[in-house]
Design a protein around this ligand. Structure first.
Ligand code: ADP
Ligand code: MG
Length: 574
């Protein structure tokens, strides 16, 4: 087909093809990195992309390439691009695409696919699957391009769909035949589209701003909740001004930590229970009242009546769980700037007594925790190991912290202070396991900062093979595995057979040897002092490093802090 077109065009006309048009369209729109796993029909596409100056990060599994693209989107406000092969590769990447959509991260997954004619008649093509139909239910938008001259429009639609309004995942289906389709170079160039103002400002109405400020003015115990949508917006200065000018305590959701430092005098992070219960007006900024906030009701929120103000780009988010008395719909930068100008200079500065009550509780809780974090126990417990990491991040606040696990996640989230915006990336809205290595790769590639991945041993297992990817690209990533021999704990036993219990792993496993095997640095750390030395050495050198932090197998609780969500049989045999 491609050859026939080549002949038909004649020798004098300059030609282009699907491969080149996709690459040109991506470059024209400022895409710099592609996260991918090569294979039929995209092997040559990735080679050509690399040759054309795009950076291609070649992974071992599509799910990890997809997670990398998803967090690249959140970190940069540009869609992260993941490229996969057809059916199985597509399905492997789909988890990450759905994850991006759920978390409001802009991402485009491009998958090669089999021939439409054969797929639609279900005649059993190589890796046959109606990928577009499958993807549609899992993402914000899904498109297929059949003709080379539509590639420019297809990429433009994908970019705009991913980043405008509430960001999300977009699927782009490219049948194998499209890559080789030939057309005149001149016409091809003209068919490309540079997307103008891909994520237009969405300005809230003046009445909405006034309504919100009136509610805030009437509050006695106001609370601001900052979410990862606020961190995504990169309106850091305006948000800081708003928080400080209002004098209201703020509670950061986990990926909003650092938007203002966790050590800020108004931070209520360590007084979470108190502020949720006792606040009377809650200002949601780029955060949803989903399960992570007990849907805005129930015992965690106390009995006192509450009013909710919500700033969000998505109108449908309003009243999703409880009544929002003052919805402010728009992009965070526009919303906060409008609030600031309407506040003027005489806006009442919060309630000093309430702020003092919150600060007292917070300081008590921090003081209670402090001695635990300084313990030098061997084998290590979570607190001893996390005390070390808390100090490392304090000394190196530009480091990006990646975090997943059960206890490793819950405890690290509370213990490790974050000082700058978008420096903590984690399991997100689903509490998903497996983001670790994909996130680490993208964080290093997109930001140029050093990355510290704090991983439960179980969580690490979902993406552990990408240790090789990190070593191959020589990325400045230090992985610390909290190795307690299992899921939640390493102490479960099975009395019924010789098989190990379902939640335990090989005792005394040496994950550090994996990194050594790929030419990176592996360290087995058995005490907080050894752990500190190893992390500092890794972050100084920037060499790919994996530290096996040996944690007491009896440390840790079932399901971490969300054991209440894990049904247990009352009838089970002991
Ligand atoms: P968290 O898990 O931190 O609470 P969520 O993912 O639940 O955060 O909520 C993020 C919210 O931010 C979503 O409702 C989304 O619509 C919103 N959002 C995303 N980008 C923007 C933006 N640029 N401006 C305003 N809101 C945004
Ligand atoms: Mg474990």
């Amino acid at each position: 087909m491609a050859e026939a077109a080549l002949k038909a065009a004649g020798p004098e006309e300059e030609l282009t093809d699907g491969f080149n048009l996709i690459i040109d369209a991506l470059k024209l729109n400022g895409i710099k990195n592609i996260y991918a796993v090569p294979g039929i029909p995209i092997t040559d596409f990735l080679r050509m992309s690399q040759a054309a100056g795009l950076r291609v990060l070649s992974f071992r599994h599509e799910q990890n390439a997809g997670y990398a693209a998803s967090i690249a989107g959140w970190l940069t406000k540009q869609p992260g691009v993941c490229v996969t092969v057809s059916a199985p590769g597509f399905l492997n990447g789909l988890t990450a695409l759905a994850h991006a959509t759920t978390n409001c991260f802009p991402m485009i997954m491009i998958s090669g696919s089999s021939e439409r004619e054969v797929v639609d008649l279900q005649q059993g093509d190589y890796e046959e699957m109606d990928q577009l139909a499958v993807a549609k239910t899992m993402c914000k938008a899904a498109y297929r391009v059949l003709h080379a001259q539509d590639i420019g429009i297809g990429i433009a639609r994908a970019i705009r769909s991913a980043v405008s309004g509430r960001p999300g995942g977009v699927y782009l289906d490219l049948p194998a035949k499209l890559f080789g389709q030939v057309m005149g170079a001149e016409a091809g160039k003209k068919s490309l589209v540079k997307v103008i103002d891909a994520a237009p400002a969405q300005i809230p109405g003046a009445d909405a701003i006034k309504r919100a400020l009136d509610v805030i003015k009437g509050a006695k115990k106001p609370l601001i909740i900052l979410g990862k949508g606020a961190a995504y917006a990169q309106a850091d200065e305006a948000i800081k001004d708003f928080v400080e000018k209002s004098g209201i305590p703020f509670l950061p959701m986990s990926m909003a930590k650092g938007l203002l430092p966790d050590t800020h005098p108004q931070c209520a992070g360590a007084a979470r229970s108190l502020v949720l219960k006792d606040s009377d007006v809650v200002i949601m900024m780029g955060a949803r009242l989903n399960w992570l906030l007990s849907h805005g009701k129930g015992k965690n929120w106390g009995d006192a009546p509450k009013k909710f103000v919500q700033l969000d780009i998505e109108p449908k988010e309003m009243d999703s769980n409880v009544e929002i008395v003052a919805p402010v719909v728009g992009d965070m930068g526009s919303c906060v700037n409008a609030m600031l100008s309407a506040m003027g200079n005489n806006f009442p500065k919060g309630n000093a007594d309430w702020m003092a009550t919150v600060a007292k509780k917070r300081d008590e809780n921090v003081a209670k925790m402090a001695p635990k974090l300084m313990n030098n126990n061997v084998p290590m417990d979570y607190h001893g190991a996390l005390g070390v990491i808390k100090q490392v991040i304090k000394e190196r606040p530009d480091t990006i912290l990646v975090n997943e696990g059960a206890n490793t996640l819950d405890l690290a989230r509370g213990i490790i202070d974050i000082y700058k915006p978008r420096k903590r990336i984690d399991v997100g809205t689903w509490g998903i396991m497996g983001i670790g290595m994909g996130y680490s790769v993208a964080a290093a590639v997109e930001t140029g900062h050093k990355v510290l991945a704090v991983e439960g041993d179980s969580a690490f297992g979902f993406s552990g093979m990408e240790t090789e990817t990190i070593a191959r690209y020589k990325l400045p990533v230090c992985i610390v595995i909290f190795n307690n021999d299992g899921i939640y704990r390493g102490t479960d036993t099975n009395a019924a057979s010789n098989d190990p219990a379902t939640t335990v792993f090989v005792k005394g496993a040496r994950y550090d040897k994996m990194m050594e095997g790929f030419g990176g640095v592996g360290v087995n750390a058995t005490s907080p002092d050894e752990l500190r030395q190893a992390i500092n050495a890794a972050l100084d050198s920037g060499k790919p490093t994996l530290i096996n932090a040996v944690i007491d197998p009896a440390a840790g609780s079932e399901s971490g802090r969300i054991g209440n969500l894990n049904p247990q049989s009352a009838l089970k045999k002991k």
